[in-house]
Design a protein around this ligand. Structure first.
Ligand code: SAM
Length: 384
């Protein structure tokens, strides 16, 4: 510890504070620098900040700092974030969503429905090239149990403590960037998994959002349930962890202004749209995986089924008015669902291969006539 050149610490601090576009505590800055550079003593970060205040940083409160001059914030090439394709009511940008969010107007998004990368590494250029060459890396084909061809899944269990610390910083940055762009009362729905959902919840809470529970997507995720490695026969009655049969979607909300009714009038947000007058939107939805028809249209390894996405996207805007954002758009399943239910939407995808896939897939996905073979009728989100 302690041998990192001060220039790298400076760049790391400036990069972090520039990305989040607001102030942060010493702990948060130290976490971000550690996630970026590895072991760095908190005292190095503290002394760098102190030495360079007020030239580069302002102390916004006890132990909190932000960049002092706007020109210190990493320049964002507007050309990189201004090109989009329009498919019906959906706009799709090919860009890194963090820099894209930093350029968006305050209070311009009414709901966020998204499925972010979890291994952080699984959507890196390196791991994507391994996946595309069919050469493992952290992607594996889950065992077949019903004769169906399965899509590759990333191995989340390879995450170590540093990866998890990085994930927390990543989601904190993301939450802070979203906070400015989302209107008061805006709903956030983030696809997660039972091992990492707590990290997403704490990051959103730290980023100024209220946690409002989860939506449970009841589906066989093909994770867990295995017998102990290399001792299958000796312990044939044991599973190392429960076979997962659900997918949690973390639900958060930007705090409302005044009462719910005031917020609904002013911002059109602050609640969930009911599937029907008699029934509220429920937080358990039975869902089968994306169908073969969907996979033929969009061969993304994390494709979410339209039968589920249409219910969630529809419910996310209580009055059916506003813009839904998917900052990790993948092959465009959120945007397709938004087109289906007649909402305006915006997606951001940084990988040009997936962005092209989405540009082609949104329209045919949105036109699919679907009855979920496992789940109830569309929009009929009953708890089981
Ligand atoms: C889990 S997938 C989402 C797939 C989506 N649910 C679908 O149905 O197609 C996450 C996507 O986020 C993209 N991604 C990762 N980091 C990103 C970033 N910083 N900005 C924008 N997109 C990013 C990945 O390339 C990947 O396509």
């Amino acid at each position: 510890m302690g041998t990192t050149p001060p220039g790298r610490i400076r760049d790391s601090i400036l990069g972090y504070l520039g990305t989040i576009g607001c102030d942060a505590s010493l702990d948060e800055i130290h976490d971000a620098v550690r996630a970026d550079l590895g072991s760095v003593a908190p005292s190095s970060v503290r002394s760098y900040l102190n030495l360079n205040t007020p030239q580069k940083f302002v102390r916004t409160a006890k132990g909190r700092y932000s960049i002092s001059r706007i020109e210190e914030i990493e320049p964002i090439a507007s050309s990189k974030t201004s090109n989009f394709v329009q498919v019906g009511g959906a706009k799709l940008y090919t860009s890194d969503c963090m820099s894209w969010l930093a350029t968006q107007p305050t209070n311009s998004i009414h709901a966020v429905v998204t499925d972010p990368p979890y291994g952080i590494r699984e959507y890196s250029a390196q791991e994507q090239s391994k996946l595309r060459r069919g050469r493992g890396g952290m992607w594996r084909i889950p065992p077949s149990f019903d004769g169906h061809v399965r899509s590759p899944l990333p191995r989340f269990t390879v995450l170590d403590d540093d990866d998890r610390a990085f994930l927390l910083v990543f989601f904190k940055n993301f939450a802070r960037l979203l906070h400015r762009v989302v209107v008061p009362g805006g709903n956030i729905a983030v696809a997660s998994n039972p091992l990492l959902a707590h990290i997403v919840s704490s990051a959103f809470s730290a980023g100024g959002f209220e946690i409002r529970g989860s939506v449970v997507r009841l589906t066989m995720t093909m994770r867990g349930g295995d017998r102990p490695k290399n001792a299958h026969t000796e312990f044939d009655g044991v599973s190392v962890m429960p076979r997962s049969m659900w997918e949690p979607w973390v639900i958060a909300r930007k705090p409302i202004e005044g009462r719910v009714q005031d917020n609904l009038r002013k911002w059109k947000t602050g609640g969930w749209r009911r599937p029907s007058e008699e029934r509220p939107f429920g937080d358990v939805i039975r869902s089968s995986p994306a169908t073969q028809r969907e996979r033929k249209i969009a061969n993304h390894p994390s494709l979410k089924p339209q039968s589920f996405m249409r219910q969630l996207v529809r419910a996310s805007l209580p009055l059916g008015e506003g813009v839904v954002l998917d900052p990790f758009a993948g092959s465009g399943s959120t945007l397709a669902a938004a087109n289906f239910v007649g909402y305006e939407s915006v997606g951001v995808e940084k990988d040009p291969v997936y962005a092209k896939m989405a540009a082609r897939a949104i329209e045919p996905l949105s036109r699919l006539d679907l009855i979920d073979p496992i789940g109830p009728q569309l929009f009929d989100s009953v708890a089981v």
